[in-house]
Design a protein around this ligand. Structure first.
Ligand code: FAD
Length: 279
């Protein structure tokens, strides 16, 4: 297991060129004030729809935490309304500076709807453990999750498009964009890339053991946390891969480093609190 979590290494690598400009842009577009802490890192402003209500102490508007979760996750769930029907679709994504990028076929319905300006809400979830309580009522999960509200803009500049698509490859296997062929003009033309400015976002994390009520502590049922991590398996070469090509450094490092789960919330030393079933 790597000594530095994937999320943190990725965050460091992504203090990217757009930051200054995009922040100005965000302020102009959304008129949401940005608060900056002593370290210069701005936290997200709490809005009526992003305010964490249930178990509010688990919520956070810390930009660094939100970005760490986004950088560790691999799949987001993107919601939109199309012809009066709510739809949620899982998608790959990558964060670069203050934007979350999605991509897909130029004919993708969801990207079509979002490119036309429809509002969206995007969620990313990392599952850290199953929380098994003595009572059914207090069964839970340990998790770190992010919810983002916003709307998307189409990336039209071919160079930026190529950069985002390379970053998407790097998001799954760091360094992979250098080990693979960039998109052709035709491939780029057939791919739509959208950026969602990360302006209105919240994180929520549950850690620690089950929170059974005192009356239940003597019950004869096992209680505790069963950690969950995402593991990297043994690479399986494409059957048509030339025999002399060995796993590249991106593949090898992915396999040896076991990036995921390095920063799981499985620690069980959180202070017990009374918990209602509704997290
Ligand atoms: C894997 C997983 C499983 C869960 N299972 C359950 C379950 O079975 N039952 C249950 O009641 N809850 C569950 N939760 C918690 C759930 O996501 C909500 O936080 C919870 O339902 C509180 O609802 P609310 O009415 O306060 O939220 P709302 O009032 O609808 O939330 C207000 C705002 O808070 C923020 N917010 C709320 N939840 C989250 C979150 N998880 N991450 C980031 N921002 C958030 C959003 O900005 C949201 O718009 C689960 C969470 C995860 C990640």
């Amino acid at each position: 297991m790597t000594s530095q979590p994937r999320s943190l290494r990725a965050s460091a690598a992504r203090g990217l060129p757009e930051t200054g400009l995009s922040e100005i842009f965000i302020l102009v577009l959304y008129n949401v004030p940005v608060k900056t802490d002593a370290s210069g890192m701005s936290n997200f402003t709490v809005t009526d729809r992003s305010r964490v209500r249930r178990r509010a102490e688990r919520g956070s508007f810390d930009r660094e935490l939100v970005y760490a979760i986004l950088d560790e996750g691999l799949v987001c769930h993107v919601s939109f309304v199309h012809e009066a029907h709510p739809v949620v679709l899982p998608m790959a994504y990558v964060r670069l500076a203050d934007q979350l990028y999605l991509h897909g076929s130029a004919k993708n319905r969801m990207l079509d709807v979002l490119a036309a300006g429809a509002p969206t809400c995007i969620a990313v979830t990392l599952l850290d453990g199953l929380v098994l309580a003595r009572s059914q009522f207090h069964h839970s999960v340990n998790y770190r999750s992010v919810v983002i509200f916003g709307s998307a803009q189409t990336v039209t500049d071919p160079e930026q498009k190529q950069r985002v698509l390379g970053a998407l490859c790097d998001h799954s296997a760091p360094g992979r964009s250098r080990e693979s062929r960039p998109g052709t003009r035709q491939e780029l033309a057939g791919t739509r890339v959208l950026g969602v400015p990360i302006v209105e976002a919240s994180a929520k994390c549950r850690t620690g053991p089950p929170l059974d009520s005192a009356d239940d502590l003597e019950l004869p049922h096992w209680a505790g946390v069963v950690p969950l991590t995402l593991r990297v398996g043994t690479p399986q070469p494409d059957p048509s891969l030339r025999a002399d090509i060995l796993p590249s450094s991106a593949v090898a490092s992915l396999h040896s480093a076991s990036h995921w789960g390095a920063r799981s919330g499985n620690n069980t030393d959180a202070k017990p609190q009374h918990e209602s079933r509704h997290k």
